[in-house]
Ligand binder design. Structure first.
Ligand SMILES: Cc1cc2nc3c(=O)[nH]c(=O)nc-3n(C[C@H](O)[C@H](O)[C@H](O)COP(=O)(O)O)c2cc1C
Length: 369
């Protein structure tokens, strides 16, 4: 139905235009080779899902060798990745779909096994609260600056490979979030301490990435930032910390902020923010300064319209794994034909190889009907 907000086009501050308000959420596929070079199957997986959503955000791609989070991860930390990344960007850019690559460093959320004997690094030597977590090594200051350089080099490779933009992965407990979190960041130098000091890494990183992108391309190029609004650990990121983060970032020359939520209408854990969903509070705080992307268990066109009441664009994850044509079915009012369950027999045609399949099973349990 054309009177629906989700069917309308959208233009980012940079000038990059999307054909509709749907974005494929970044989803790790674990399909790359051991060294981060993309496989043909992974390219086919994305190609099958192009032509539909306005943009596709790729799986997290590691910008530093030491930031690799798991086997089969996409790499953007070396020039050897460029050839495959260009093929990936072209495969996504069918019929005007825009290609955005997610730039990431795992920080303490990796293991010395994935890093082939090297200890994971993090703002402080504090283990994550999960059973298999390893104690990371605290980053030296020069290594912090090197990681910022790695993100910048990743942005340059994204430009060279022909992507339409990058998303800085500041969500889901990885390194960027680890700097902002009082759980993982106990530093007493300029990178830790107060809220303002814990924000310093993201602050500098975003400024430097913007400058690098402006230096390396004249074409419109999207810069986005993803964040998680709350942590469960104590100490941990609380909703008011996130309102501060979002307020600061919205003033920068970025194209969007992208929240990471399990459910788009989720309430905060904080008793002072119960009048509306976190999405609504965040939307108010951003107040049109930059675009805002919602996410979280959107299964129907109606869910998308509700999420778009408090956002400009909405991201779709698991529904696009199960049905690569979910967007066109919704746009053409054929929702009754959407596939929500995938059988073992259907996996091959959907390019859901073992890595993504296992990850998806863990996340799909009792969430998709
Ligand atoms: C298989 C899988 C892999 C994911 N990998 C990433 C990732 O690499 N980066 C990221 O920011 N979020 C990742 N996510 C989270 C999704 O982007 C999204 O926020 C989440 O799935 C909720 O959206 P949904 O309910 O539409 O699936 C992943 C989710 C799934 C299911």
């Amino acid at each position: 139905m054309t009177d629906r907000k989700y069917a309308s086009s959208f233009t980012f501050n940079s000038g990059v235009k999307l054909n509709n308000r749907f974005v494929m959420a970044p989803m790790t596929t674990k399909m790359s080779f051991f060294d981060g070079v993309i496989t043909k199957d992974e390219i086919s997986y994305y190609h099958l899902r192009s032509k539909e959503a306005g943009a596709i955000i790729t799986a997290a791609a590691n910008v530093s060798e030491g930031g690799k989070g798991w086997e089969g991860e996409l790499g953007i930390c070396d020039d050897k990745h460029l050839q495959g990344l260009s093929e990936l960007a072209s495969a996504i850019q069918t019929n005007g779909t825009k290609a955005i690559v997610q730039l990431y460093h795992g920080g303490r959320m990796t293991s010395s096994s994935v890093l082939r004997g090297t200890k994971p690094v993090a703002p402080s030597a504090v283990k994550a609260e999960r059973p298999t977590a390893e104690e990371p090594r605290e980053l030296e200051e020069k290594e912090i600056y090197q990681i910022i350089e790695d993100f910048k080099a990743g942005a340059v490779r994204a430009i060279q490979a022909g992507f339409d933009g990058i998303e800085l992965h500041g969500a889901n407990t990885y390194l960027l979030q680890q700097f902002f979190s009082p759980h993982s960041n106990r530093r007493e130098d300029q990178w830790g301490g107060s809220l303002e000091e814990r924000f310093r890494f993201a602050d500098l990183l975003v400024d430097e990435v913007i400058e690098t992108v402006n230096k390396h391309t004249d074409r419109p190029f999207v810069i986005g930032y993803r964040f998680s609004p709350e942590e469960y650990e104590t100490p941990g990121i609380r909703f008011e910390d996130t309102l501060y983060l979002v307020d600061k970032l919205a003033d920068k020359a970025i194209d969007y902020l992208h929240v990471s939520l399990g459910k788009y209408d989720q309430l905060s854990q904080n008793e002072e923010y119960q009048n509306q969903s976190m999405l609504a509070y965040l939307h108010e705080k951003i107040n049109g300064r930059t675009a805002f992307i919602s996410v979280g268990d959107i299964r129907t066109g109606q869910d998308a319209e509700k999420a778009l009441e408090n956002s400009d664009l909405t991201a779709l994850g698991r529904v696009l794994l199960a049905d690569p044509h979910w967007v066109s079915k919704v746009l053409k009012d054929k929702e009754e034909t959407i596939r929500y369950d995938v059988t073992d027999e259907e996996r091959e045609e959907l390019f859901l190889t073992n890595g993504v399949w296992q990850f998806m099973q863990n996340m799909m349990k009792d969430r998709i009907k």
